[in-house]
Design a protein. Structure first.
Lengths: 297, 314
């Protein structure tokens, strides 16, 4: 109950903050001591990222023994070399393909299932379906991996599409849980009104429910994005052809070739990390509030 | 009147039942409008086919001597007996549990401290939040590769220069200390998510509570001990559950940092199970997977029990 209340200010606060520069927190002085401590602690996050960037922008001759020296003059050639060596464009497309299917599929499939369950809750069949899904909430991928790999190969899905389908299915239980908690808070009268105006069940879902589900869909979309984009375990095991591997797996496959030129390796790491980092910096507000909503519900 | 006159699809309640046996069968299996069934049946069928069916299949193979192809016969509980006696498997559980517990404590402690600081009256609060959230979106494997170079190469050089003995040699190359490197990197990746959840908790605490406490003369430490921590406890539980579950399945960070080594010192349970593909121990590792499943389930039930007792909602 207490958690229910907490979500509102969390979501609303950043919106106010971005409109005008934030004044010094209400009533008090800035705590400079704490600011210095947190600045020092933040180095634990910043230093590895600086290190990766610095390494990627140096030639082997410029690299000092620790690798921490500042890259000057900047050496851009590593990115070109990494791009050609690891076939980055194809790996990037594969990651993107899996992520797009997983995000869209997770939102669509689980929203439909959750709606059908919540609105037919008085039928035991639907309650049983819900319990059936929840029972699978705690099956981790390693447990079912071995039979799953054989299954996917035998039906011709040992490829990125198969990986995307598995992402959708593994997340189904958790997503239906989140969606159904949210749908229960939507008054059924809205849907009844739409029906009286002549909407079919599909139209009610598309025109009334889906817009109302936007906040929780964003949460599920963000979780789906982070999981499928960064996942290494599943694509590595499911995808049979190394050509169609995702970015993290490609890093793994080329690890041996990188040892000859570490700077190229770091350029490649950086190219794998940058898209999500940039996306995060742009969409930070939604990511943070989305995760808060998802974890508290 | 309107409601009863509408076809069943519109109301979403029970279908018009026809008298007779056929009607009764229909009512049991298709109690609602077909549209709803189209929404849920494909999802359930695919879910059963892709998740439940392999799970049952795997459980079945664990009682056989199947190697992944060819003929097989039942061997009863032999795989399970062997798995319990196998030092490789025992070590992988030892490492994974030790790692998960230590990383879980570290993640929660650091995340709570950072969240408290990020919620206090500090300068550039939004900027610091962005910095601390960044690892959230990074791939664990790639981050591990970056750290494996820093820990293995740069840190020893710096430690030697400043005569800091514990880090003068590569801790990842030592089978007694390699797990500490994995704890560090896994926590580095997991802490931002935990910070976000703690911040959500801190925001929910009303400032009036602190004002009242200050007036009553409570020190900052007393305020944390008596108010902040108890009020944050539900979020602490959520974080423990989420991080612990992820840490038990640790795979990419072990692969990236040490590849399970030195020897098998940092081979996680997941990595051991996957080895069933390459070594022909298919049925044997399925038995391991079933054991792993029950351990995961045990923790889940235990954690849900804790939540229920605390009256929290999840």
């Amino acid at each position: 109950m207490a958690t229910e209340v907490s979500t509102t200010p969390v979501v609303a606060a950043p919106r106010v903050r971005t409109r005008r520069p934030r004044p010094v927190p209400e009533g008090g002085r800035v705590n400079w001591g704490l600011t210095i401590i947190i600045a020092i602690v933040s180095l634990i996050v910043i230093i590895p990222l600086y290190f990766a960037i610095a390494m990627a922008l140096k030639s082997p001759a410029q690299t000092s023994s620790t690798g921490f020296n500042f890259p000057w003059p900047i050496h851009w050639g590593n990115f070109r070399a990494a791009w050609d060596l690891t076939n980055t464009p194809l790996a990037f497309s594969m990651s993107l393909l899996i992520t797009v299917i997983a995000v869209a599929g997770e939102i669509f499939v689980s929203a439909l299932a959750a709606w059908a369950i919540v609105r037919n809750w008085h039928h035991w069949q639907f309650k049983a379906t819900f319990v059936y899904l929840l029972a699978a909430l705690f099956i981790p991928f390693p447990v079912v991996a071995l039979p799953q790999v054989k299954l996917m190969a035998s039906i011709g899905l040992a490829n990125p599409f198969g990986v995307a389908i598995l992402h959708i299915m593994f997340a189904l239980a958790f997503n239906v849980l989140l969606f159904s908690a949210f749908i229960r808070s939507i008054p059924v009268e809205l849907e009844e009104a739409a029906r009286i105006d002549g909407c079919s069940t599909w139209q009610t879902f598309r025109k009334v429910l889906l817009p109302l589900l936007a906040p929780i869909s964003a949460t599920i979309g963000i979780f789906a994005f982070l999981q499928s984009w960064n996942d290494f375990m599943m694509p590595q095991l499911i995808t049979a052809n190394p050509k169609y591997q995702t970015l993290p797996v490609v890093q793994y496959l080329f690890q041996d070739q990188f040892t000859t030129n570490l700077n190229v390796a770091f350029a490649s790491y950086l190219m794998a990390l940058l898209p999500t980092l940039v996306a995060f910096l742009i969409a930070q507000r939604w990511v943070v509030s989305g995760i808060m909503r998802g974890s508290i519900k | 009147m309107t409601a009863t006159a509408l076809p069943s699809e519109r109301t979403g309640t029970a279908a018009r039942s026809r008298p007779g046996a056929l009607g009764k069968v229909k009512k049991i299996f298709f109690p609602v409008a077909p549209t709803y069934l189209f929404m849920i049946i494909p999802a359930i069928v695919l879910f059963t086919f892709f998740i439940i069916y392999p799970a049952i299949q795997g459980m079945f193979w664990s009682f056989t001597n199947y190697v992944g192809y060819g003929t097989w016969h039942f061997v009863g509980l032999a795989n399970y007996k062997a798995a319990f006696a196998d030092p490789t498997i025992r070590d992988s559980y030892g490492f994974t549990l030790l790692f998960a517990v230590v990383a879980c404590i570290l993640t929660n402690a650091v995340a709570m401290a950072v969240a408290l600081a990020l919620n206090a009256k500090i300068k550039w609060r939004a900027g610091f939040r962005t910095v601390f959230f960044m690892p959230l979106v990074l791939s664990g494997l790639v981050v591990s590769y970056i750290f494996s170079f820093i820990i293995g190469n740069s840190v020893p050089i710096i430690a030697t220069a400043i005569h800091f003995a514990p880090l003068e040699s590569d801790i990842l190359a030592n089978q007694h200390t390699a797990w500490l490197g994995i704890v560090f990197v896994a926590s580095w990746v997991a802490i931002p998510g935990a910070i976000i959840i703690f911040l959500a908790g801190l925001v929910s605490i009303q400032p009036e509570v602190y004002e009242a406490a200050s007036i009553d003369g409570a020190s900052t430490w007393k305020q944390f001990q008596r108010m902040t921590f108890p009020l944050l406890f539900p979020f602490f539980v959520i974080n423990t559950i989420l991080t612990f579950k992820n840490f038990l399945n640790v795979y990419d960070i072990c692969v990236g940092l040490t590849n399970g080594g030195p020897g098998t010192a940092t081979t996680s349970v997941a990595q051991t199970i996957f080895s069933g593909f390459f070594t022909g121990d298919y049925a044997y590792q399925m038995a391991n997977a079933v054991i792993f499943f029950f351990i995961t389930l045990l923790f889940a039930i235990f954690q849900l029990g804790v939540i229920r007792r605390r009256g929290g909602s999840l």
